[in-house]
Ligand binder design. Structure first.
Ligand code: CA2
Length: 147
């Protein structure tokens, strides 16, 4: 039988992780985060798919395509976190657990980062734990799926 799929979504600029601002976002590349996430997912009996886009509409399309196909979503929406209501609406139409993920802790940064339009449609948020956050978020959705 095929494994339930967790969709890991990465928003704008995260494709450049590891290249700039290591003091905020660490030195790990997005590809490395995906490998770590896949390992945790696999240990929990889940398959992982990853989509990164710098375009809001492409992330919305990926969320739509996950409906009825993926069991859960882990999403780091990047700066879209703070204003992308289309992503909020798309996630609200998704039927499984949703975990919002951030490498940094937006609540401890500039005031404009304190609002998340994704948080109201997420089951929970993992923020501020750097690369460890990816493992925590995958573990969280696995536990939510286990009930
Ligand atoms: O902490 C996070 O994970 C964020 O989602 C990252 C976003 C930021 O706008 C959110 O407030 C919090 C920014 C991602 C920027 O990605 C970079 C990639 C390479 C070098 C520098 C930044």
């Amino acid at each position: 039988m095929s494994q339930p799929i967790v969709l890991l979504l990465s928003g704008p600029n995260l494709n450049l992780l590891g290249e700039r601002q290591p003091e905020v976002y660490g030195t790990t590349t997005l590809e490395d985060h995906v490998v770590a996430s896949t390992t945790v997912a696999s240990a929990r009996g889940l398959a992982l798919e990853h989509v990164q886009s710098n375009h809001e509409g492409e992330l919305v399309d990926a969320i739509h395509a996950a409906r009825g196909r993926c069991a859960a979503i882990v999403v780091n929406p990047g700066a879209f976190t703070h204003y992308a209501w289309a992503i909020h609406d798309a996630l609200a139409l998704f039927d499984g657990p949703v975990v919002e993920l951030h490498l940094s802790n937006p609540a401890a940064r500039e005031p404009w980062r304190h609002t998340s339009v994704v948080a109201p449609v997420a089951d929970g948020t993992v923020a501020g734990f750097g690369s460890l956050g990816y493992r925590m978020a995958i573990d969280a959705v696995a536990s939510l799926l286990d009930g």
